[in-house]
Design a protein around this ligand. Sequence first.
Ligand code: ZN
Ligand code: ZN
Length: 279
Amino acid sequence: MGSFNRQVALPTLHQKGSLIAPIFYEVLGVEVIEIAIDTDQFGTFAGDIERSRSPLDSAKAKARLALEVSGLDAAVASEGSIGPDFEIPFVTSDVETLVYLDKREGVEIDESFKSFDILALLHTFEGRHGLEEFLVKADFPRHQLIVKCMGPDGLLVEKGIKERAHLEYVIKRFQDLKTGDEITIESDLRAHASPTRQKNIKAVAKILAQRIASRCPICNKSGFGRRSWKRGLFCSDCGGFNEEAIRSEYLNCPSCEYRHEGKVINASIEARHCIFCNP
Ligand SMILES: [Zn+2]
Ligand SMILES: [Zn+2]
């Protein structure tokens, strides 16, 4: 083989290449090359470096830096956002955002994928009590852990714990060093440390690769696909017009503004979703 038609830079220190490269090769025939950039400067899951931008802006910033550092003319960068879901209360979700920048074609394409299948657990260490149960729930050591506590000079953080002996050593050391009263143990959500997150990154990589492969019928540039919704439906019961209800998808070109109406999602709205029948 070795018939790559292009190279695409991927900024990561967390082995995202093994997740994204096979999919990009299969769908696009391009070679994804890991560029060792300290992406932690854009914020971390462990909270030791705060995230100040939106996930999309942060992914774009990483991609631009990868273009600069690698000298290549295309880059793909990923950003995950894991926490309480915006729509469903008390449920944790993982929103994975992936951005593709192509200087040759002058296009920027992004996709995101939300999954509720993400192991993101937190345990407050109070002696042995509940520890074994937590480790089983947290799927340790398949999923790695982070241990944190307040120390004399600020937050102490040990990441990437994947062995029992290492975990015991860190707990013991933090017990001696801690200035506050809590030691917390939590899921390490970095890509190489979390198999559930890896699955979600692969899913978004597939969606993005297919989007890149899809070309605009007018200008032939890549990235043609769903960008927005056409809204407005009549209720099948009362006939009232519900302006927020999704009718169909709009397919857009990111380059030439061409768009056309895609698949119809709903032809009418049911009474139980109608703002007049069911206010
Ligand atoms: Zn109605
Ligand atoms: Zn176009």
